[in-house]
Design a protein around this ligand. Sequence first.
Ligand code: SPV
Ligand code: MN
Length: 622
Amino acid sequence: MDQQYAAVLAGKLDAEGLARLEAIQDPSLFAFVADAADLCRPAAIRVITDAEADRDYIRCRAVENGEEIALVAPGHTAHFDGYQDQGRDKEVTRYMVPSDANLGPNLNCIERGQGLAEVRGFLAGSMQGRTMYVAFFCLGPAGSPFSLSCVQITDSAYVVHSEHLLYRSGYEQLKRAGGGAFFRFLHSAGRLVGNVSAEPDKKRIYIDILEDMVYSVNTQYGGNSMGLKKLALRLAIRKADRENWLAEHMFVMGVHGPKKRVTYFAGAFPSACGKTSTAMIPGETIVGDDIAYFRRLGGEARCVNVEAGIFGIIQDVKEKDDPVIWKILTAPGEVIFSNVLIKGGRPYWLGMGQEVPKEGVNFSGQWHEGKIDKQGVEIPPAHKNARYTIALKNLQNLDPRFNDPQGVPVCGIIYGGRDSDTSVPVQQSFDWTHGIIAMGATLESETTFATIGTEGVRVFCPMSNLDFLAIPLGRYISNNLNFAEGLKEVPLVFAVNYFQRRKDGSWVTGMRDKAVWIKWMELRVHGEAEAIHGPTGNLPLYEDLKKLFKKVLAKAYTEEQYLEQFTIRIRENLAKLDRIETIYRQDVSDTPPIVLETLSAQRDRLQLLRASKGDYVSPLDL
Ligand code: SPV
Ligand code: MN
């Protein structure tokens, strides 16, 4: 190691730590660690390898230093983030860009020099008296065309512990490769009060697009602090753009069709719209629930789950609806609960289908029913974004090809949002271009309000990836469109909507009906179900759904239900087109012309149909 780096690390890193670093013969790694140490001034540095002993060490540290609390069930711990640190913070998440670069109007940017000065200023001396952990991970299966190495530096054992559950380890891989390109993440929880970050106003998550590096400070919430999660997705979207592949906010699952056939689907849904529960549909197998990389390998569309665990929303996880997750959350085994209510060493959450205690410890500290915050707002027992962190390897429904270095072949893409009144429960696009544009790029989702009857506010959510885009939106859409070029089989594209409501607010479809929609999509991939050509896509036939409801859910499915669910709502579809076209015309500076052409053709089809059949058209009239 260069003298200059060795001098910075001297006294902080023991001989073993030094040897571990030096085994990866990469000066850029030494430079990264030395710079982080010089800036954050930790008392000690600990290099974490893939060894089980290091995982144990991190687990113990997280409990010893109070970042996690051991619960009654063996292996279970709870973690709390600060009261104002309960989710991804878009406002303070910014790309640091050179003054001449333009990422388009949809991205939150700051001039690079100014950003570096600000975030490095907050990181200066932030780890005093603490240990700085240097940990290595691999996004995607190891030794595969998809693998990306990552180095996470943090002063939080909770962050490393979470990443141990959520990602594949990467020390040995980087050592074998002798270093090379890797994503770099530097995080500090900053000054603490109790165990939580004390200066939320100085929270910053700044992405250095020139250096493939992310700085995060004064925050602990996983989505802000774990580099490997959405921060790596942002860097990956840029890398994919340079190298001609795709990085998507998608689950991946195997759908089990007739004669033991397994057909793989990937799906993009905005947060809290049924993404994890789709990937966990009973009877199917999960590859991943959040982030997927796609590549064309040998003329085939292939994808992998970038992660190896689930950082899932715990609200509404009930024994009845989510039996597999429920079992993991209630049996001994490694689980980190975050921002739930703790009482008597047990975790409680909203919508768990059981009575929740009227007092305990939660994200506001000691909590009792009726407790109000500084704004006078009543504090719920657990936060609605409370989460569980688990490793996939413990799931009985893990797909056997989860670790396949070549990924799984993708036969279908699914887009789904929260839509109370516009689209049908399931439909298939006419082709790839129509699917990417009219289903992916037009994705919207409704915010939910506690007040019954209040209409949700629709948020524009293209591909459910807008929050993480790191390149201009038009360019990202073009990359998606171009992905199909040269593929022997182009994946089919579908749109689903689990959230149709009647005027009285009641749901039009059942919680478990997604199990039927997915089987229909599987049959479509293999040409084993017919479809009705509608103005917004191809629709299922009543007879096919009736058979599937019986087979999959042992439920009767009436023609009345079908007609209510699959009636084309022309008025609402046109209103949606108005909203989306306005955005692509006015707010997106690089909209590819094909987007507007495709939307305009959809408008023409809807208007033509309305002229002969009116605003609401039964699928039997198409
Ligand atoms: C999401 O919000 O989409 C998540 C959780 O998957 S986070 O890590 O916060 O992004
Ligand atoms: Mn997500």
